[in-house]
Design a protein around this ligand. Structure first.
Ligand code: G6P
Length: 603
């Protein structure tokens, strides 16, 4: 997830773009860039790392007088976070910035290369600017060329193009990622990925809908959809910047819970296609001779790994182990040369996981990092990498990163199962259908959120929580308990439902809360019996299930899903919101809980 800004007017363009990007830094910042154009004069600057690096690079540059400008802060999905891969991307006489993923970029790139176009970057974005220039040469009309360019793109995009072919204009298009346009009283035009950069410049804005595109000049904003002009509704801008950064949510964690549906789409883009799984970034050979998967991680990422272990064994029929990185390091592990060693990490910097990766690599094992941050230490070290594409995660308690980790690992499982012909075409199709349904499953229903907010008041006292589940709902129970303890500071444990009778049930009384995950598709009756044992001992039970459970004290009804992983993700959202609402009621700082850090780079 990246951020873009654009401006048409006579103010100092560099400052407007840089201050806009500053407001968008929360969207991701592995590199950034800016392009300004006044008449025939084009300037472009790019820098790797934080925005301050771009500020430093442009400190002696000014861009006075009327002109157009675009800027970008990037979170890498295709190509390393290098200067070359940073936006804006240059054609011969035009620049483009883009958020999202162009799914069919490889096809377009191949065709353009046949025409003799040279590509500088490894990004999907660069095809846009070359395609635009190609069509402009053909049509001799920059707007028609832009319209034709957009019609060729498959995927998600918020695009801004500036070009010497139309020096006073910005061309824009939006599909599946946000784009906002505002105009001030003098007709100056501002573009952004979210409200925050526009506050103070314009009073109201237009939130573009999917498939809208158009062009803007000073005093003119023309918006089209399906070749027809649109007169969209204007909305007043909020006035509070920090509120706007959180896009109206109270906390980044809440925003990130709501974002899961969108990032799920990004995670799958270009990877789940025509009933099968494809990864451009790995080659099938990494599985040659592999007879075991070893997953290694910490914290929430460990829970994602544990979830995946069930899928690897059940679906891909391969022996799978899961290791807590801090334990693995010192246990003198007996390593099997035929293992694929997979580290799972949001940050790619967690010291324990990084050290474990080094041990595996030194022992000659093939390695794969499932990571959210390109160019992180693990990404640089691992033999193979798949990025999870969650965008920057600000809340210390991980939510959307976990979702994309589980999804990515599930895709790896299916990739391997397909490679080894373990699944029939129909079975694989069924699995990919379930994957593609996840953006819908992950959408937060406001009624459900309100219900969780209301019942959260029942859980502020008592002496602790058990989260219980079976199969993949066991790691989910661990994750639910971790979320709650991280941000509410209440004592919570996750347990495999069947283990309760082997000790923990001794703690059950009316002051103990049990959060029971009762999916319909996985061992319902077995888990139900475990919960009945708790209810019989007067424990307070919150049942989360699509099926009514008469013995529960509170009940959250989930949907009837066909696939157990759909139930998994729906229940995951319930658990995240549950932890969030309890923490808010307790008056805690949800985004920065005490004693915790987002990335733990010490042992
Ligand atoms: C810290 C964070 C956790 C995270 C864990 C692993 O403890 O507070 O939320 O799950 O590190 O981080 P990683 O970046 O490796 O996924």
């Amino acid at each position: 997830m990246c951020g873009i800004v654009g401006y048409i007017g006579s103010k100092e363009k560099k400052s407007i773009i840089l201050s806009g990007l500053k407001e968008l830094e929360y969207r991701g910042y592995d590199s950034s860039g800016i392009a300004t154009m006044s008449g025939e004069k084009i300037d472009c600057f790019k820098a790797v790392g934080k925005l301050s690096n771009l500020e430093e690079k442009t400190k002696n540059f000014t861009s006075d007088g009327f002109g157009v400008a675009i800027g970008h802060t990037r979170w890498a999905t295709h190509g390393k976070p290098t200067e070359i891969n940073a936006h804006p991307h240059l054609g011969e006489y035009s620049f483009v910035t883009h958020n999202g993923i162009i799914e069919n970029y490889q096809e377009i790139k191949d065709e353009l290369e046949k025409d003799g176009v040279n590509f500088l970057s490894q990004t999907d974005t660069e095809v846009i600017v070359h395609l635009f220039e190609k069509f402009n040469e053909e049509l001799k009309d920059p707007f028609k060329a832009f319209e034709k360019t957009i019609s060729k793109l498959v995927g998600s995009y918020a695009i801004l193009i500036i070009s010497k072919a139309a020096g006073d204009t910005i061309f824009f298009a939006k599909n599946a990622v946000p784009m906002i346009i505002g105009q001030d009283d003098n007709g100056e035009v501002f573009f952004s990925s979210s409200d925050a950069p526009l506050i103070g410049y314009v009073k109201d804005v237009v939130y573009l809908d999917d498939k809208m595109y158009g062009y803007a000049k000073k005093g003119v904003v023309e918006i089209y959809k399906n070749h027809k002009t649109i007169k969209p509704q204007k909305h007043a801008l909020p006035t509070d910047r920090s509120y706007a950064q959180k896009e109206g949510f109270r906390f980044f964690m809440e925003k990130e819970i709501y974002e899961q549906s969108t990032v799920a789409t990004e995670t799958m883009m270009g990877r789940v296609k025509n009933g099968t799984i494809k990864f451009d970034e790995i080659s099938p050979e990494i599985f040659d001779g592999i007879d075991e998967i070893v997953l290694c991680a910490c914290g929430t990422s460990y829970h994602a790994a544990l979830t995946a272990s069930y899928l690897f064994e059940r679906v891909a029929k391969i022996r799978t182990k899961v290791e807590i990185a801090s334990e693995f390091r010192y246990k003198e592990p007996f390593l099997n040369k035929n293992s694929l060693f997979i580290v799972v990490s949001q940050s790619g910097e967690t010291a324990d996981t990084l050290e474990a990766l080094k041990i595996a690599k030194d022992a000659g094992l093939k390695t794969l990092a499932i990571c959210n941050v390109d160019n992180s230490s693990m990404v640089r070290l691992a033999g193979n990498v798949i990025l999870t594409r969650a965008g920057i995660e600000k809340g210390v308690a991980s939510t959307k990163a976990f979702t994309t980790q589980v999804m990515t690992l599930w895709m790896v499982v299916l990739y391997l199962a397909n490679l080894r012909k373990i699944l029939s075409n129909d079975e694989l199709k069924n699995e990919t259908k379930a994957l593609l349904n996840l953006p819908k499953v992950l959408e937060v229903d406001p009624k459900l959120h309100e219900k969780i907010r209301r019942i959260s008041k029942h859980y502020l006292h008592g002496h602790g929580f058990f989260f219980i589940g079976r199969d993949v709902f066991y790691p989910l129970a661990l994750e639910g308990a971790l979320k709650l303890k991280e941000i509410s500071y209440l004592h919570a444990e996750g347990y495999a439902s069947g283990e309760m009778k082997h000790g923990p049930i001794a703690l059950v009384d009316e002051g103990l809360f049990t959060i029971a995950l009762l999916p319909k598709n996985t061992l319902y009756e077995k888990t139900k019996s475990n919960v009945e044992e708790i209810a019989a001992r007067d424990g307070f039970v919150l049942a989360i299930s699509p099926l009514e459970f008469e013995l529960s004290d509170d009940f959250i009804k989930t949907s009837e899903q066909e696939h157990f992983m759909s139930e998994f993700f729906e229940m995951m959202v319930v658990l995240q919101l549950f932890a969030l609402e309890i923490s808010i009621r307790l008056g805690n700082d949800v985004d920065m809980p005490r004693n915790l850090a987002k990335s733990v780079t010490v042992e």
